[in-house]
Design a protein around this ligand. Structure first.
Ligand SMILES: *Cc1c(COP(=O)(O)O)cnc(C)c1O
Length: 465
């Protein structure tokens, strides 16, 4: 296939996509395949001779769609949604065609400058003050790793990249047990170690207790540790728990800790001013991550990290070999100096298309609907004697158990969840909360309707009959 055949095949692909969207709700949400099914349909070795695009397309249709879980299905209520609003899809197609490696301003001026402006649009939309500068990463895990590495390097007075970390006074990072596992993994990768990520006690709302944080830091200093950073969460992954930030940030400031806020999922809801109950203090965090590819609607992948002052992160991650030098460096940003990977995609384009094609009002309306409908479903389940709400709705996430009398609630819930996902009409996932196996419900698919959400009630009843 040559560039001259592009129009023909992109038209075929578009036809397939249009049909896929039109019939998506008839498909089972979660893939109903078994491990090995797909691999068995693929030849063991690569072809020496070229295969026709007709055959490749036909094989795609035969093998792939039924082997996928359909994240854009309107009844996908599992994990957190990863969206692909159509306007952002178009933008990604254009960016893919240009195929730029956007590591330096010089290799991608429009991508670099659009990235700066889009991050600033999001800063404004989320009610954050001027001064934050943003960078788009592939995932929140990468943004969090960048922040953790910055904490470590800063605590070592920027000598760690040169001297290494072995033999240094061990740094300590603080968070609650409600943070995402990407914080733990960042500490593994950074060589800080799981034992130096200290999980601070929480209150009855699962927010970090300031007194516990202060006491732990004091004890750590006495024991010879080097307190380096604090990770906060707004909208934790398990049940949506959020820290009350101001008192925690006061302690961080007093102790000279670098602060990172993980709002990967719920950050999108901050474009709605009435959702900012837990946002107090965000304007004092050194680093904030939110994923536009989750609730906001951008095509995966797109994770925005906002930095109060990027200097420390650039000192930690910026490396400038001669072959990457650019003339006139003072007035430009080279985003590869802000992140672990050198290579980077043109991700700002899909944000530009997304925000303009729906407007902030259009995006807000979707988020408000998801929250309202999630509330409606929780209230309906609450009235049913066989269901128990375990954690109340936070943003659009609540958890529940199936609790018919005479059965073990964990076992009954687990069995019901398996029936739901084998059935395929909707897709829900689980978490363990205080020893209880609970089903998580979260609404966030870009095109879902109230009927899609309320159908979950009927499906649950149907499958418990
Ligand atoms: C989804 C999520 C993450 C991980 O996001 P990735 O972009 O997949 O790395 C981290 N933290 C929170 C709160 C999340 O919801």
């Amino acid at each position: 296939m040559n560039s001259s055949d592009y129009a023909k095949w992109t038209a075929r692909a578009t036809e397939w996509i249009t049909d896929y969207f039109a019939n998506l709700s008839d498909r089972p949400v979660r893939a109903q395949t078994k491990p090995g099914d797909i691999a068995a349909m693929l030849p063991d070795s690569p072809p020496d001779e070229a295969v026709s695009m007709d055959d490749i397309m036909a094989d795609f249709e035969r093998i792939v769609p039924d082997g996928m879980t359909h994240w854009q299905h309107p009844k996908f209520f599992a994990y957190f949604n990863s969206n692909a609003a159509p306007a952002s899809l178009i933008a990604d197609q254009l960016a893919n065609a240009i195929g730029a490696q956007c590591m330096l301003w010089q290799t991608s001026p429009a991508a670099t400058e659009m990235e700066q402006v889009m991050c600033d649009w999001l800063r404004q939309a989320m009610g954050l003050p001027k001064g934050y500068q943003g960078v788009i990463q592939d995932s929140a895990s990468s943004a969090t790793l960048s922040a953790i590495l910055t904490m470590r390097e800063r605590a070592q007075r920027f000598q760690g990249n040169k001297l290494g970390y072995a033999g240094a006074q061990p740094v300590r990072i603080y968070c609650s047990e409600q943070v995402h596992s990407s914080v733990d993994k960042a500490c593994w990768v950074a060589g800080i170690g799981q034992d130096n990520l200290v999980k601070i006690d929480t209150d009855r709302n699962f927010a970090m207790r300031p007194e516990a944080l202060a006491a732990t830091i004091t004890a750590d200093k006495m024991a010879g540790f080097n307190p380096a950073g604090l990770v906060l969460c707004v909208g934790g992954t398990s049940i949506g728990a959020s820290d009350r930030m101001p008192a925690l940030l006061d302690i961080a400031k007093q102790e000279g800790l670098y602060t990172h806020l993980d709002a990967a999922w719920a950050g999108a809801a901050m474009i709605c001013p009435e959702q900012r109950e837990f946002w107090d203090g965000a304007d004092r965090c050194d680093s904030i991550v939110m994923n536009p590819h989750k609730w906001l609607g951008a095509q995966f992948d797109c994770s925005v990290q906002l930095l109060k002052d990027p200097t420390d992160q650039i000192r930690t991650l910026g490396i400038k070999p001669t072959y990457l030098h650019t003339e006139g460096e003072d007035s430009i940003v080279n985003f590869s100096e802000w992140t672990v990977p050198l290579g980077r995609r043109f991700r700002a384009l899909k944000l530009w298309f997304l925000i303009r094609a729906y407007g902030l009002d259009g995006l807000r309306a979707r988020i408000r609907n998801h929250i309202q409908w999630s509330d409606d479903l929780a209230e309906k389940l609450r009235t049913h004697p066989d269901f128990t709400i375990i954690t109340e709705r936070r943003f659009s996430l609540f958890t529940f158990q199936y609790t018919p009398t005479g059965q073990n609630a964990n076992d009954a819930t687990k069995a019901l969840l398996q029936r739901v996902n084998d059935d395929g009409r909707t897709y829900l996932t689980q978490t363990l909360h205080e020893g209880r196996y609970v089903i998580r419900f979260t609404a966030g698919q870009f095109d879902c309707t109230r009927d899609d959400v309320m159908a979950v009630y009927d499906i649950l009843l149907d499958l418990t009959r």
